[in-house]
Design a protein around this ligand. Structure first.
Ligand code: PLP
Length: 430
């Protein structure tokens, strides 16, 4: 093992040995190189003739650049053309951290890490797998989960996604979660929770959120060492009262020394920048301090450096200027209201009792999506094809569950969409 990895491991073991047990073999071995090229470049900072930099520089020392590109970018060349650090831009990292506290007021008083910048959430989930999952290990998830976890976690790291039933009596199936978490021997557990959920569009109620945290805490109390990936891709898009608005990360960051919460979030959906490819990984654990978080941040940045080197500086700088713009909140609210209007249109359309003959809705209250389940023997794939061809309506069929991305449909078209599903089901039923 590289001595620099050993150094980080020593810090983690001294601060909280449970976290060391949660790390994968890769996670134990990774480190951010403090020596070598990066350190030598840092030493040369401010020299008159600096021949350490791995990027070309103009004679005036600004980044070398093509005017056909620079002319389209209304930001200083130094903010966009050079590499960003593997940890992410320091200004953006501290801004995002302060935004996490603002968006999750109950986190107040809890110490969390500085976020590490990833190439958006997909990459964050992947880096979480890198750091915490060994071949053959289970990752506990509701049975309704984003299908890309299969590629990110199963194909890449050999994880087994161990699912539990998502819904019972119109809410989150807390019993199924507790049973799955407490199955098997006491030891390391990895959990992934994605609220608002893709595909269902469900977020737990305030009470359910509390209960989920309590179930995890009770399991931690028994001696389990639990790392919880909080996939907050759709954070903030909650459309109903009584539904938890904060990330479960807030509760888990304070819960127990045996629970490491890892928040995977970013602007992709929160700020409508799908193609920017910026995300964040932030750690929280009871008793966590700067030294412990520093070691985790170094490991995470090391994993990023070995994987994509660093995320887009242009995207990070664009986002930072947006977060510092006084119009940001107002514009964000406008887009939220547009999505809420679409959500309300879904609720209104589903008041049609006739639909129940052919399909029923799964619980939904947030996010981009909701699902309907065809009743009887209607085949989801046949329904999807018919909707495409005859009704010019596109939906996703997930094992006979029809996922509807209402976020992508103007409110005025929502009723036509559900009427179309109704007509197509009727046709299939003959
Ligand atoms: C639940 C969930 N997590 C993560 C992602 C990935 O987001 P990103 O585009 O930031 O990689 C998605 C995107 O669809 C998602 O639905």
């Amino acid at each position: 093992m590289n001595p620099q990895a050993e150094e980080l491991n020593k810090v983690i073991q001294a601060k909280n040995p449970a976290i060391f047990e949660m790390l994968s073999e890769r996670g134990k071995n990774i480190y951010f190189p403090k020596r070598g090229i990066l350190a030598q470049s840092a030493d040369a900072n401010g020299t008159k003739i600096n021949a350490t930099i791995g990027a070309a520089i103009e004679d005036d020392k600004s980044p070398m650049r093509l005017e056909v590109i620079a002319s389209k970018i209304d930001l200083a060349p130094g903010l966009t053309f050079p590499y960003a650090p593997s940890f992410g831009r320091p200004d953006l990292r501290s801004k995002w951290k302060s935004m996490i506290y603002e968006k999750n007021p109950s986190l107040s008083g809890a110490e969390i890490s500085l976020p590490i910048v990833t190439n958006a959430l997909t990459h964050g989930v992947n880096m979480a797998g890198y750091l915490f999952i060994d071949e053959g290990e289970e990752i506990i998830s509701p049975d309704l989960f984003w299908d890309n976890y299969d590629l990110i976690l199963t194909n890449s790291y050999g994880a087994k996604i161990a699912t539990f039933n998502t819904f019972k009596d119109g809410g989150f199936d807390l019993d199924a979660f507790s049973a799955k978490l407490n199955e098997g021997p006491i030891g390391k557990k990895v959990v992934i929770l994605n609220f608002p959920n893709n595909p269902s569009g469900y977020s737990p109620s305030v009470d359910e959120n509390k209960a989920i945290a309590e179930i995890l805490t009770a399991a931690a109390e028994l001696g389990n060492k639990i790392v919880v990936f909080c996939d907050d891709a759709y954070f903030g898009l909650v459309f109903e009262e009584g539904v938890e608005r904060e990330s479960i990360f807030a509760k888990l960051s304070k819960a127990h020394e045996n629970i490491l919460a890892l928040k995977l979030d970013g602007p992709t959906k929160e700020d409508y920048v799908w193609g920017f490819r910026v995300g964040f990984m932030t750690y929280g654990i009871k008793g966590g301090d700067a030294e412990l978080y520093g070691a985790l941040e170094s490991k995470t940045a090391g994993a990023v450096r070995g994987n994509i080197s660093n995320a887009s500086n242009l995207s990070q700088s664009l986002l930072l200027q947006a977060y510092n713009n006084s119009d940001y909140q107002k514009q964000k609210e406008e887009k939220f209201n547009t999505l809420k209007e679409r959500y309300e249109a879904v609720k209104e359309a589903l008041k049609n009792e006739a639909y129940k003959q052919y399909f029923t809705a799964l619980p939904y209250n947030s996010g981009y999506f909701m699902c309907v389940k065809p009743v009887g023997n209607i085949d989801g794939e046949e329904l999807r094809h018919l909707l495409n061809k005859k009704y010019s309506i596109g939906v996703i069929n997930l094992n006979n569950l029809i996922r509807i991305a209402f976020a992508a449909v103007p409110a005025k078209d929502i009723k036509t969409l559900f009427d179309g599903i109704y007509e197509a089901c009727k046709e299939i039923k003959g």
